[in-house]
Design a protein around this ligand. Structure first.
Ligand SMILES: O=C(O)CCC(=O)C(=O)O
Length: 265
């Protein structure tokens, strides 16, 4: 594992994307949130659409790669998956889900959370994430924030902060911080096309966009290539959205969770 990643639980990168792609990705965001799905396939989660969405809320769609080939070209890139595998010490990485996030000027905050608290429907329940800024970011524009070293903290006893528009977006991370430790927040300030990689146990969230510029980002969540459905937990109602792709055995189908780098076993 990279030394900085092992200590902090994240690394920030000034450039992750070929800048020629930015324009087409912005167009893809316009299309997805307007309900135009180029491939004819709906994303797995659509939390905001032009006609119905609350204009003050951060916009979110999950698995836009299925709906739009311009998003797929970035999400299915084996290079980012290889980097994640290397940082995590995994033999391979498969896609779990993408997360398309758009905070227009004035849009609301996203609560601090750990991605691994959403991964209990597969095993090992470990994720890692590549986050790519599609606009230059500043603290004021509500860029992604990490609690440094928080991947080493004990798992939280309970979770109260909703993802969308919580009153205090830092509530859960403050409550989960061990005694005698300070929450050390680091903001990902990068040019468009830059971003970060983070461990699934690292606490992260973001403030409201208090500027007059857009704040769009593409997050790509990965698991180990040999991850399997946790049939027991699916039976107990966990992972309803993605568990529907379980064909009765534990293997995760490549059509929905493609292996992007390395070996499955
Ligand atoms: O872009 C953000 O502010 C949040 C991203 C995030 O938390 C995620 O994709 O898990």
């Amino acid at each position: 594992m990279n030394e900085q990643f092992a200590l902090d639980g994240f690394v920030v990168e000034p450039q992750l994307l070929d800048l020629h792609l930015l324009g087409s990705l912005h167009d893809a965001f316009d299309d997805l949130f307007a309900g135009h799905f180029g491939t004819g396939i709906e994303p797995d989660e659509v939390n905001w659409q032009t006609t119905t969405g609350d204009p003050r809320r951060a916009r979110q769609i999950c698995n836009g790669w299925k709906a739009d080939d311009r998003i797929a070209a970035v999400v299915l890139d084996p290079g980012s998956a290889a980097r994640v595998a290397d940082l995590m010490g995994w033999r391979g990485a498969r896609l779990i889900q993408d997360n398309i996030l758009w905070k227009p000027p004035g849009a609301t905050q996203l609560g601090f959370h750990r991605d691994n608290d959403y991964s209990h429907w597969f095993s090992p329940a470990e994720m890692a994430t590549c986050w790519i800024a599609l606009d230059s970011t500043t603290e004021a524009s509500g860029t992604l924030e990490f609690a440094r070293g928080s991947h080493l903290w004990p798992a939280p006893a309970s979770l109260d902060t909703p993802f969308h528009a919580p009153d205090d977006y830092t509530g859960d991370v403050k409550r989960s911080c061990p005694a005698n430790t300070e929450v050390d927040i680091v903001s990902v300030v990068v040019p468009a096309g830059g971003g970060s990689f983070h461990h699934g146990d690292t606490w992260h969230g973001s403030a409201a966009n208090c500027t007059i510029v857009q704040r769009r980002a593409l997050a790509i969540h990965y698991a180990r290539a040999d991850a399997k459905f946790d049939l027991d937990r699916l039976e107990h109602g966990m992972g309803k959205v993605y568990g529907r792709y379980c064909g009765g055995n534990a293997a995760m189908p490549d059509a929905h969770f493609p292996t992007l780098h390395g070996r499955v076993s």
